[in-house]
Design a binder for this molecule. Sequence first.
Ligand code: HEM
Length: 412
Amino acid sequence: MVTTERDDNLLTDEAVRDPYPLLDRLRETAPVHYNDRYRSWMLLRYEHVAPALKELRFRSDRITPFIENRLEADAPDDVVTTFRVLQGWMVFVDPPKHARLRKLVSRAFTPRAIAALEGRITEIVEELVGKLPREGEVDLVREFAYPLPAIVIAEMLGVPPEDRDLFKSWSDDLSALVFGELEDDARHTRAAASMVALVEYLEQLCHRYSAAPDDNIISALVQAREGGDALTQDEVIATCVLLLFGGHETTTSLIGNAVLALSHAPEVQRRARNSERVLRLAVEEAVRFDGPAKFVPRVIEEPFEFAGQAFEPGQRVLLSLAAANRDPRVYDDPETFRPERDSLQQHVGYGLGPHYCLGAPLARLEVRLALEALLGAYGHITAIDSDVSWAPVLLNRVIRTLPAEVAGVGRA
Ligand code: HEM
């Protein structure tokens, strides 16, 4: 096993603000290495990350080993509940079991069902943009990018508007657990209490929509059938919690990071304002250029070799989507936000293979409508760079504040 002393702290203020110089250095000097600081293998080049996402021996279930080996036998009930729910998330379930869950949930999450949301999402977007100042300074995360996906996913699930704030606070507590490291006990305790409250709440919604189905995801999940098979209530609830997460912070960050990239590229901003084609490409390029997922974790169950290295059971592997998406072997001028690039090479910002982001069509739709509304409302959006901040988390790129100067009218 190769271990070296190296500058690899991804949680310094500097690296949280801009992880790319460090990721570039690691990708170029140590593309496949065991990282002592994060007690994980790290894969950083596109040529390794893309096939690794499809390699089933890099397992996604890191919850069962945690429950079996690390969770204390006398752990409080709410902590046990939390891990049981996480165990039901398809993102942590490996093939072949994964296919069953994915198929059933996909029935409620079809591209057509997502496209049908366009009208309602447009209304929510316009309502939020209508509350923003016409000019001056505004935090576009707090006032726009954060509330938007929370409202969209809560509505999609069938959560009544009066319960939205409750939903938001549970989600905040849980995200610290999911997007941070799994090690911290204090975080487990806080997240666990929120998880129990959320599960109880979702159980009530499940009963309500089983008895009287409506046009929402819980009703669709309860009714989803695949050749005599259906989701259990626990699976429906675990999936709702997963969608709540998958649907929230990632989308907030993608909107924020895309606005920031557009702010630094005024010419692209101008073109995206006037062309839906460029706007759509900008949404995709934003996932490559500064996507919400920096790393996805995997674990090793059986020994095998990959990229010339031997991987041993119990080891953790971090696949760096962020480093792969800026690999100069694949993308010309990777440090430039350029929606109309020649290279059609698929980015890995939504993952690849069996776990490819199920919510990608929803993310694309929401972010396009969000940017369209902002670019339509303002002729100029200029981020106040010194005040933009990100959460100090390893796996994701979570934007916390995006103060910007807004002015002018985008489209009459
Ligand atoms: C906004 C940008 C988003 C990004 C960058 C993103 C990224 C990802 C990535 C990288 C994965 C694969 C994880 C892995 O391989 O371990 C994933 C899976 C998933 N995402 Fe997203 N996501 C986004 C939005 C959403 C939304 C809006 C939803 C739903 C409301 C969603 C739901 C899911 C689900 C259910 C999975 C698990 C799929 C499976 O395991 O089969 N995501 N996402």
